[in-house]
Design a protein around this ligand. Structure first.
Ligand SMILES: Cc1cc2nc3c(=O)[nH]c(=O)nc-3n(C[C@H](O)[C@H](O)[C@H](O)COP(=O)(O)OP(=O)(O)OC[C@H]3O[C@@H](n4cnc5c(N)ncnc54)[C@H](O)[C@@H]3O)c2cc1C
Length: 377
């Protein structure tokens, strides 16, 4: 039986393990550098129907109904005056049990873990090198070594596997933006609310049936090299508070009052699409490509990619990268377009953007092409 090493116990790695558990054609092990997975964090994630369709194949629809939410619309607002610009009906892309879903990321991880035997996950296993002999030899920080037929690199945006394969070129680049995350209790709007401001946007959405909401803001911010690499800066409360005050002053929503547990981190994206020369190494999820976070597809694509790898392994079809490159280009261009349009600052540009948004949000042909194409896998 051929063996697979899955590097990283994130969304992509764990979903692939769920598929491998259902079809025992391969043996596998997961290597995770952290000592454990945090199942307490309250931050949210949006999953569109393409990934819900795939998750349902592993029993996701049986999740406790109180732990998920099914938003029907995205409502666009002007962040300053809170006036509604337009809305997009997300439910038009739902089919049968596959509905646009929001939930806590930790609940998704908990679900994915529930189908994987404990002994298959090796914690404190930080991959540091790979060498190809007859098989693929993996070297870990604690000096232990193992060999496998395949590697699936699911080690996220700062993928060590990618760095080993492509050296400096494999590292992501700073996206001149910072993310602020937080939790809100009892927000007034039960759908996805997207607030657009000059050089920032923020999104608030329910993450379960208990009146808990996720807050996420993307703020344009140029930083110098030493600031980007200074992890302490992003843990510094005064830096986070300053950013929060900055967007609060540009919105009539009392953000500093309502948003709790705020965390801040820099956004990194992939420089370009890279395909390993080894046929038995698969890059998946953020390790394959990290998108600007303005299209809410990162997690969904991590799931889709893991599913495509599974199909490739079962059918021996070698279609994986061809399919992924196409989808990645489609999503990357939409994410970049959204990011640009959401952050417009000049009032005249904002005026015309809002007219476009009103028109496009009700144009079925456009929506089918812009969203439908991505949501159908
Ligand atoms: C601000 C923000 C908001 C987002 N919101 C959404 C959203 O609403 N919807 C959505 O679909 N996506 C969203 N995303 C994107 C989404 O979170 C990611 O795309 C997704 O988590 C990627 O999954 P992954 O499995 O590829 O990597 P991850 O989930 O990051 O997992 C990688 C794992 O690999 C481990 N690892 C790293 N290095 C090593 C090593 N050397 N050895 C062993 N293990 C290692 C890590 O510890 C980690 O557990 C957002 C992203 C950001 C930045």
């Amino acid at each position: 039986m051929k063996s697979i090493a899955i590097i990283g116990a994130g969304i992509s790695g764990l979903y692939l393990a769920n598929l491998l558990e259902k079809n025992k054609s391969y043996s596998y092990k997961i290597f995770e550098k952290k000592p454990s997975l945090d199942l307490s964090d309250g931050y949210g994630i949006q999953l569109s129907v393409n990934s819900i369709n795939l998750l349902n194949k592993t029993g996701f629809q049986k999740m406790n109904a109180r732990d998920v939410y099914f938003p029907k619309k995205v409502n666009f607002f002007d962040a300053k005056v809170l006036k509604k610009i337009c809305d997009i009906d997300l439910s038009q892309f739902n089919f049968e049990n596959n509905r646009y879903t929001t939930l806590k990321r930790s609940k998704l991880i908990e679900f994915l873990l529930s189908n994987i035997p404990k002994e298959k996950i090796n914690f404190n296993s930080d991959l540091v090198d790979i060498k190809q002999h007859q098989k693929l030899n993996l070297f870990f920080r604690d000096n232990h070594k193992e060999e496998f037929d395949y590697i699936v690199a699911a080690d996220g945006v700062y993928s060590r596997t990618k760095e080993i394969l492509f050296k400096k070129e494999g590292l992501p680049k700073y996206f001149n933006s910072i993310a602020l995350r937080g939790n809100i209790h009892n927000f007034k709007d039960l759908d996805i609310s997207l607030y657009l401001g000059p050089n920032f946007h923020f999104v608030i959405y329910p993450i379960n049936q208990n009146n808990e909401f996720n807050f996420i803001s993307i703020i344009r911010k140029e930083l110098i090299e030493s600031e980007i690499s200074n992890r302490n800066l992003f843990n510094d409360e005064s830096f986070t508070n300053k950013l929060m005050k900055q967007i609060s002053s540009k919105s009539n929503l009392n953000l500093t009052e309502i948003v709790k547990d705020i965390k801040c981190f820099p956004i990194f994206v992939s420089k370009k699409i890279q395909i390993p020369s080894y046929k038995n190494i698969f890059l998946t999820g953020d390790a394959f490509f990290s998108f600007p976070p303005s299209f809410a597809q990162g997690a969904s694509q991590s799931i889709e990619a893991a599913h495509d790898i599974f199909n490739d392994l079962i059918d021996n079809s070698s279609n994986y990268y061809k399919k992924r490159v196409l989808k990645t280009k489609q999503i990357n261009s939409r994410s970049s377009t959204n990011h640009f349009a959401f952050h417009l600052a000049n009032p005249l540009n904002v005026f015309f953007r809002n007219i476009f948004l009103k028109y496009l949000s009700k144009n079925r042909k456009f929506l089918e092409n812009y969203l439908g194409k991505i949501y159908k896998n």
